[in-house]
Design a protein around this ligand. Structure first.
Ligand SMILES: NC(=O)C1=CN([C@@H]2O[C@H](COP(=O)(O)OP(=O)(O)OC[C@H]3O[C@@H](n4cnc5c(N)ncnc54)[C@H](O)[C@@H]3O)[C@@H](O)[C@H]2O)C=CC1
Ligand SMILES: O=C(CO)[C@H](O)[C@H](O)COP(=O)(O)O
Length: 300
């Protein structure tokens, strides 16, 4: 199959490489000429604009977007739209909000597949897990590409109608936050607890047969191996948070309790806080009602 790929960053280059490896022809475009050149070096046909990419693909276009979620997706679709008709299929493999995906599916002339992609750049060799939403015929038309980009035929499936792929990926990310938080708390107790432990050894032992073994735990093992048992100079600030926020917002809307996912998200936000106002107020209120001593900041 001939596949157009737009967005050739950490994830898009992998879509290109795995598609080429499986024998597909790829036409590639990125706003960054350097990224497009890298794809060309790997065997893709370079395009110098969205219009050029569409010209090179001809009719029945199959196009995979791997640009940042949000405005970049809308901007790319606006450029694509004059070149699309109902025989074409556009896949958005990024972390778009599911409601943005259902809106885009309604607005475009092409068949639109929202594809949640899990695995990250670390899965370049093994392949991704792909959660796809949208018209069945369009999913079927792209199966050989999904086989190539995913771990294989079991690494992708059609979740349902438009929006469902990104909905499932959103919840996946909420679970990811909660698992990271649970591992973090366990290792924190071990690090601050009664025994002098080698964290890499603990993680490795757990990864071999323990109930809680997982890929995230393998990544814990790797982190301790590379950074040391005390994580060296790794800061206690965690970036990101959009997909976890969406999960919690949707849980509130559906009235589904997700306290663990919410707590993991709150911990992430808290990690970016220099001195929590609520704790400072609690400190001062104890003086108010009990005349307890107020601890003061050194830097005030
Ligand atoms: N990095 C990760 O672990 C994962 C990322 N994702 C999602 O995949 C998408 C891409 O992520 P990354 O590859 O990590 O980002 P990235 O920042 O590495 O690459 C994005 C690429 O898109 C290009 N780009 C931006 N706007 C463009 C436009 N209008 N037209 C053409 N190219 C444009 C940029 O030049 C860049 O090369 C995002 O939605 C992200 O949330 C999903 C799963 C895992
Ligand atoms: O989707 C992912 C993993 O599954 C990506 O790594 C994503 O960038 C995570 O973003 P955030 O931590 O802000 O939710």
């Amino acid at each position: 199959m001939e596949l157009g790929v737009i967005g050739l960053g950490r994830m898009g280059q992998i879509v290109v490489d795995r598609s080429l490896d499986a024998g597909h022809d790829v036409v590639a475009f990125d706003l960054s000429a350097e990224a497009t050149a890298t794809a060309a070096e790997n065997g893709a046909e370079p395009a110098d604009s969205v219009a050029d990419l569409c010209d090179r693909l001809g009719s029945e276009k199959r196009i995979w977007l791997m640009v940042p979620a949000g405005d970049a997706v809308d901007a790319t679709l606006a450029d694509l739209e004059p070149h699309l008709d109902s025989d074409d299929v556009v896949v958005d493999g990024g972390n778009s909000h599911f409601e943005a995906s259902t809106r885009r599916a309604e607005e475009t002339d092409a068949a639109y597949l929202d594809c949640g992609t899990s695995g990250g750049p670390a899965s370049a060799e093994a392949g991704f897990s792909l959660m796809v939403g949208g018209p069945e015929w369009a999913y079927e038309a792209l199966v050989s590409v999904f086989d190539a980009v995913a771990t294989g035929p079991d690494g992708h499936d059609r979740m349902g109608e438009s929006g469902s792929g990104h909905y499932v990926k959103m919840v996946h990310n909420g679970v990811e936050y909660a698992l990271m938080q649970a591992y973090g708390e366990g290792f924190e107790l071990l690090a601050d607890g009664r025994y002098d432990l080698d964290m890499e050894s603990v993680a490795r032992t757990w990864n071999n047969g323990a109930v809680i073994r997982s890929w995230l735990l393998e990544l814990c093992e790797e982190a301790f191996r590379e950074e040391g048992s005390d994580l060296g100079d790794v800061a206690d600030r965690v970036a990101g948070g959009s997909t976890g926020t969406w999960t919690v917002e949707e849980a509130l809307e559906q009235e589904v309790p997700v306290p663990i996912i919410y707590q993991a998200l709150a911990e992430r936000f808290d990690s970016r806080n220099e001195g929590r106002f609520s704790r400072r107020l609690a400190n001062r209120l104890r003086y108010g009602f009990g005349r307890h001593e107020v601890a003061r900041r050194d830097d005030a």
